[in-house]
Design a protein around this ligand. Sequence first.
Ligand SMILES: [Mn+2]
Length: 426
Amino acid sequence: MKLSESNISEINKKSNKEHQNQFEFLANTLDKKSIKVEQIIKSLAEFQVAIPSWALGAGGTRFGRFSYYGEPSNLTQKLDDVGLLHSLTQTAGAVSLHIPWDIPEDYSAIKEQAKSLNLKFDAVNSNTFQDQKGAKESYKYGSLSNASQVVREQAIAHNQEVIKIGEQLGSKSLTVWLADGSNFPGQNNFQTALSNTEDSLKAIYNTLPDDWKLFIEYKPYEPNFYSTVIQDWGTSFMLANACGDKAYTLVDLGHHLPNTNIEQIVSTLMLKGKLGGFHFNDSKYGDDDVTVGSVKPYALFLIFNELVYGMQNNPQNPDLSWMIDASHNIKDPLEDLMQSLEAIQEAYAKALLVNQTELRVAQQEHDVVKCQEILQNAYRTDVRPLLAQARLQSGGALNPLGVYRELKIREALIQERGKHSIASGL
Ligand SMILES: [Mn+2]
């Protein structure tokens, strides 16, 4: 299923007048504060977030999985879903594939399809957290960190193969999230596990093409509950430094213990030029994968405030690779992703409203109250008309969720794919 611009613009017409009123009111208000509205809209239009292939079907928990009807059951259908999202939001211009779940059968057909949907291939993701069919060695006791050399070699070879697949698609980065760790005290020698991981990552890094980046993700716990080999940003940063210039830390919002100051981590990594990728989601307790901005929108804004500062002041840090990393059990995944994209754009727009010069002065004058006022005035501004305007100018929907429901897209997908299709890999 493919949406045309005229499908969308027809529905936009119904709410365009109301939108224009809201937009002009906000634009005038911001203009009086010398905020360059056109520049913010341009930044919003340029900001593209990758959709991972695993977010398009219903997720699951270790207790059960409740299927969502009309799920994409192959890579072509997954790309179609991202294409639908991108048509509506003009914000989802990239897809992130997971290997081996998404190995293309016909590379040129997949590339052609992505091109026609205006999608790029973002980072490719390796998988050494499960045993693959027919694999000789098991990752039950770890992959890149495993005490056994043959297991480590298999895991390294898998990552190298993922790079090769990504190269054929035009990806430029590999994300490694390592589930390795231990469930019981004494199970692992911490130093051996870390040294093995460093050596394995270096072996992968050595085969990385010159124009590629390696992203090293961290996570404090789960699936292991006693220790994780790459448990925090410091360990990831240390490993990235050990590998070299093309290796970076990847921050996933859900991979922190409660109340961790993620904005400070972002700031530190950007100062050091080592923040490479970013995974969006939200959480209440741990890696909950709840919709971006649904639980802690102010924290997301504070993180974006540091990201914007870094993007404007840290030329030593490369352009970031943005991705939503979430997988749900009860919502329509496409609707959830539209809510996530909206929350991301909202936090970004609000961060762009922060007057950095004024904030700097207030910080230097130790005017703590004013510092807070500057941030909160930006946060309390309803920026949704700016988001809608950016989408309108790019050919997207004023209200993506509204158009999705009005066009009965999920019903059409169920018609096309059947009720009980299941997303591969989940
Ligand atoms: Mn992640």
